[in-house]
Design a protein around this ligand. Structure first.
Ligand code: HEC
Length: 214
């Protein structure tokens, strides 16, 4: 009889532990479910908490989010008192120009071509052909013009305000200016110590036949 006690005890212990383990698993499963369905709203989800039924709250009238004041019209609009700026609101450096070239090749060259004459691949595939940047009408525009076209779009061209940040838009504008100068330049305009680079520029003549590259 005494010999059976340890066995009974251990059996009882085992089943108690088993029940605990089972309960623990159920509890853990419950926690896991909570993490998967966190009590938060998805963007623009409906809510019956607010009287207007929207979970996303409108901006409080008369407030500006930190860092979004945009009180510099020349920089953000490319205009002062409603007139296009005639001078860059940023300092044009070699770094800005290099950034402009890189961004131009990403966002503009597909339609306008690497040299800006309007023969990009999208145009070769049938999109409306834009005017060449070398068109005198465009060369004579103030610098704010290109920034304005990129920011607000123009005719068949969509705007790029949401895709290209303000400083990049100015960098691109500077590079378009450079394309316009380059397109009308003579050999004499090139500083003597750089004339030997003619023809070595990796960007030279590329846009004539982009299809030939691939
Ligand atoms: C999807 C093709 C496309 C892309 C990409 C594009 N453009 Fe254009 N762009 C056009 C077309 C088409 C026009 C002519 C629109 C019209 O006259 O209806 C145009 C016109 C222009 C003009 C001249 C507006 C005028 O007064 O005639 C400028 C300047 C210009 N684009 C700059 C840019 C810059 C800078 C970029 C890159 C940020 C860019 N575009 C990207 C298609 C494009």
């Amino acid at each position: 009889m005494f010999e059976e006690c340890p066995t009974l005890l251990s059996r009882g212990f085992v089943s108690t532990r088993g029940a605990l383990v089972l309960a623990g698993c159920l509890l853990l499963a419950g926690c896991r479910q909570d993490m998967h369905q966190a009590p938060r709203y998805d963007p623009l989800e409906a809510s019956d908490f607010f009287t207007d039924g929207r979970a996303s709250r409108p901006l409080v009238a008369g407030t500006v989010a930190r860092g979004q004041l945009r009180d510099d019209d020349a920089l953000y609009l490319g205009k002062t008192n409603g007139l296009l700026v005639t001078e860059f609101p940023v300092t044009v450096t070699a770094a800005l120009m290099a950034r402009g070239r890189e961004r131009y090749d990403v966002f503009c060259a597909p339609c306008h071509g690497r040299t800006g004459v309007g023969n990009g691949m999208v145009v070769q595939r049938g999109f409306k052909q834009p005017p060449s940047y070398l068109d005198p009408r465009l060369v004579q525009q103030p610098v704010g013009y290109v920034y304005d076209v990129v920011t607000n779009g123009f005719g068949a061209m969509p705007d790029y305000a949401s895709q290209i940040p303000v400083l990049d838009r100015w960098a691109i504008t500077a590079y378009v200016r450079a394309l316009q100068v380059a397109g009308h330049a003579a050999v004499a305009d090139i500083p003597a110590d750089h004339r030997a680079d003619l023809g070595r520029n990796p960007g030279a003549g590329e846009s004539a036949a982009p299809a030939a590259h691939h």
